[in-house]
Design a protein around this ligand. Structure first.
Ligand code: PRP
Length: 198
């Protein structure tokens, strides 16, 4: 659950949630094809090692990996955050390490969303210590308004406004990850949006 650490559910047990499509599944797939071509163009002869961050990045990783021509391998890492305002306090910790070394490899970190940037900052520091040949970042969604850490992605699918988004890997209380599209979540009445907190 990125973006807001406290998108409070309504008091009622069954809030009337709705999701309004922001980016269709078709647009996502077309953009992934473009990113895949760009990555291969930037590294025409290199085996590429994609590293995705569980869980939100898995769909982007699988679609991207299948769209890049040539040699591609991939691996997964997981991190978690301390407390409620963890991303903004920078307390990110590793909960599942990679299976294989990234030393000497051309590594692409694959993330569903770049929000405050604290997760990515942590990961880039970690990976840089491990001496990859190249280290790049691909994110499907970028929310520049929310950035705290001084990080940027090399490949961005879509730059989006500061709305609470779900789908295509992104969850609200672990739900909605399986949507093929990205949508804006609203709770309760149609005017009550889940707004990401600063
Ligand atoms: C999300 C997302 C990124 C991170 C981005 O993960 O997948 O890893 O938040 O946020 P940041 O830029 O503010 O650090 P989350 O912690 O929600 O876990 P999940 O992928 O399992 O949903």
């Amino acid at each position: 659950m990125p973006q807001s650490k406290k998108p409070r559910p309504q008091a009622s047990k069954a809030p009337r949630e709705s999701v309004k499509i922001l980016i269709t599944g078709g647009r996502i797939q077309r953009r992934i094809q473009e990113i895949a071509k760009q990555i291969r163009k930037d590294f025409p002869d290199e085996p590429l090692h994609l590293v995705s961050v569980l869980k939100g990045g898995v769909f982007f990783l699988t679609d991207l990996a299948r769209s890049i021509s040539g040699e591609v391998s991939f691996d997964f890492i997981a991190v978690s955050s301390y407390g409620q305002n963890t991303h903004s306090s920078g307390q990110v910790r590793l909960t599942r390490d990679l299976d294989s070394s990234v030393e000497g490899k051309t590594v692409i970190v694959v993330e569903d969303i770049l929000d405050t940037g604290m997760t990515l900052q942590y990961l880039l520091r970690l990976f840089e210590q491990r001496k990859p040949k190249h280290l790049r970042v691909a994110v499907l969604l970028d929310k520049p308004e929310r950035r705290i850490a001084d990080v940027r992605a090399d490949y961005v699918g879509f730059s989006i406004p500061n709305e609470f988004v779900v789908g295509y890997g992104l969850d609200y209380a672990e739900r909605y990850r399986n949507l093929r599209y990205v949508g804006i979540l609203t709770l309760g009445s149609d005017t009550k949006k889940v707004v990401a907190e600063k």
